[in-house]
Design a protein. Structure first.
Length: 529
């Protein structure tokens, strides 16, 4: 598939459409970097993924996670992460969203301090989405990106948010790019293209190549990213430490290795983020066969639940102890334009969420919609004033134990409404994802892959847990789920939404009722797009 515009490196194949404009991103030098990183690090990625599977098997057999005895010296040591660059000193409100042009422009212009653009959970990884997303960021960094929709022209303001990029996690491939006959890591592909084209330009503009790292399950996975950073900076002639990365602590296993993760990335660290939705999903996934484990309706599992509170406070203490930013997670609430009463309730929820984070000592928090930036900013400004962060809040009173991280409550109620909501959200989101949209407002909440994962994993676990009983006494069963799927599918179709919902209903039914638990719903889904 090589053409004069696409002179591919030896051993590299692209099995996808090479559309006009893609040659700017898929240039030979950029793909040379992708190839070099793949050949250097793919064996370690595969070994770490194998280690994940082995750990999962031990957890399925009843092992309980704990803080690592072999890394006690790191936890007890006197060290701090490298100084945080000026562009990342003030992160009171960070907005997140996918890489389409309209979202990129609106997020840059939102008034947030920072914008995490997402090639992962809020992005459906269609080939065109991935490459056009890279083009959009290339143009946005150089202030040339525009977008026209419904007769309206979108363009970037003079003052914009600081850009951070979330590449795909270690578990995700880029199936359209093969090197020596092997799929390349989706995360390495995203990272390498972005670094090659934009790192120098960002530095010239007073910022830098800043990243969010998703789905890590151990400090060894952070070490792999760190080694990738070192190799890439060397290849591009950049000073070591130029790359800065915030790690999303969104797995229960990573919660036991927060200090070790910061230590591995200490020359490149920009702190940690409390990725709450994936964290809840991770807890369900890792303890799916534990007959004593069963969480209540998703809406009941808030940041004030005991295990979530322990996790949030441990993250905060860990970061500030090491001179690193602590960024709060995202409430899924969004503005509700058509219902003043519901909108008031949603805004009250956002205010309470950000006020709690700011009062605890967090340096900032996430929102999913530009309409929430001002409200959230007020809560952080009320606590921080003009200070860029709250590193002085060291939280010596916090002493979180393994048992507290594993105290999974609430267990009740599990309701018919909650079960139906999980089915409805799962089908609706999967249908939109298959059609190319990875960030979907559903029932006045912003849903992405993380929240959809909670929906399907809860249903799977409720079916199998002896505690998976509705508050009216009915046991959640596969037959009950199969009976309600057509009813919820009909509701979605009646709403006039766009998506491949019939196929999604079939996938959701299979994944929530089959004996085998799929590690990530996006893995089998990716093979269909």
């Amino acid at each position: 598939m090589s053409t004069p515009e696409f002179a591919l490196p030896p051993g590299l194949q692209i099995n996808a459409a090479l559309l006009p404009g893609f040659e700017a991103i898929l240039s030979r030098p950029a793909l040379d970097l992708v190839s070099a990183l793949h050949r250097a690090f793919e064996p370690r990625r595969q070994a770490l993924l194998a280690a994940r599977r082995e750990r999962t098997a031990r957890l399925d057999a009843g092992e309980r996670p704990d803080f690592l005895p072999e890394t006690r010296a790191v936890r007890d040591g006197d060290w701090r992460v490298a100084p945080i660059p000026a562009a990342l000193q003030r992160r009171r409100v960070e907005i997140t969203g996918p890489v389409d042009a309209k979202m990129v422009i609106n997020a840059f212009n939102s008034g947030a301090d920072s914008y995490m653009t997402d090639f992962e959970d809020s992005n459906s990884p269609l080939w065109t989405n991935q490459i056009q997303g890279q083009i959009n960021l290339y143009q946005a960094i150089r202030r040339t990106l525009t977008h026209t929709a419904n007769g309206k022209l979108y363009r970037l303001n003079e003052q914009t948010a600081t850009l951070q990029v979330r590449p795909r996690g270690w578990h995700l491939d880029e199936k359209h790019v093969l090197i020596d006959g092997q799929r390349v890591s989706g995360g390495l592909f995203d990272f390498a293209l972005y670094m090659f084209h934009n790192a120098a330009e960002l530095l010239a503009r007073g910022a830098g190549p800043y990243f969010y790292l998703p789905k890590l399950e151990s400090h060894l996975e952070a070490r792999l990213w760190n080694d990738v950073f070192v190799a890439t900076q060397k290849a591009l002639g950049l000073p070591q430490g130029t790359v800065k990365a915030t790690v999303l602590i969104e797995t229960i296993l990573a919660a036991f290795e927060m200090e070790e993760i910061l230590y591995e990335l200490r020359e490149h660290s920009a702190g940690l983020n409390a990725g709450r939705w994936d964290y809840i999903f991770s807890c369900i996934k890792k303890f799916k066969l534990d007959r004593s484990f069963c969480l209540a309706d998703r809406a009941r599992v808030t940041m004030t639940a005991p295990f979530m509170r322990a996790y949030a406070l441990l993250l905060l203490k860990t970061c500030h102890k090491r001179g690193a930013p602590a960024i709060g997670g995202m409430s899924a609430l969004i503005p509700i334009k058509h219902d003043a009463e519901k909108n008031a309730a949603a805004m009250a929820g956002i205010i309470a969420d950000k006020r709690r984070d700011a009062t605890d000592g967090y340096d900032g928090g996430w929102v999913a919609h530009p309409g929430l930036v001002e409200t959230s900013m007020k809560e952080f400004v009320a606590v921080l004033g003009d200070r860029p962060n709250q590193f002085d809040k060291q939280k010596p009173e916090v002493d979180v134990t393994a048992a507290e991280l594993l105290t999974f409550q609430p267990e009740v109620p599990i309701t018919e409404a909650g079960l139906r909501m999980n089915i409805n959200v799962g089908i609706h989101y999967l249908g939109a994802w298959l059609a190319g949209n990875g960030c979907v407002p559903i029932h006045n909440l912003m849903e992405d892959a993380a929240t959809a994962e909670i929906s399907r994993s809860q249903v799977w676990q409720w079916i199998r847990s002896p505690k998976g009983v509705l508050d009216d006494g009915r046991k959640v069963t596969a037959d009950l789920v199969r009976a309600w799927v057509p009813q919820e599918l009909a509701k979605i179709k009646a709403g006039g939404f766009e998506g491949q919902f019939d196929r999604a209903a079939g996938i959701f039914t299979t994944m929530s009722t089959q004996d085998v638990f799929e590690e990530f719903l996006t893995l089998p889904l990716y093979e269909e797009i």
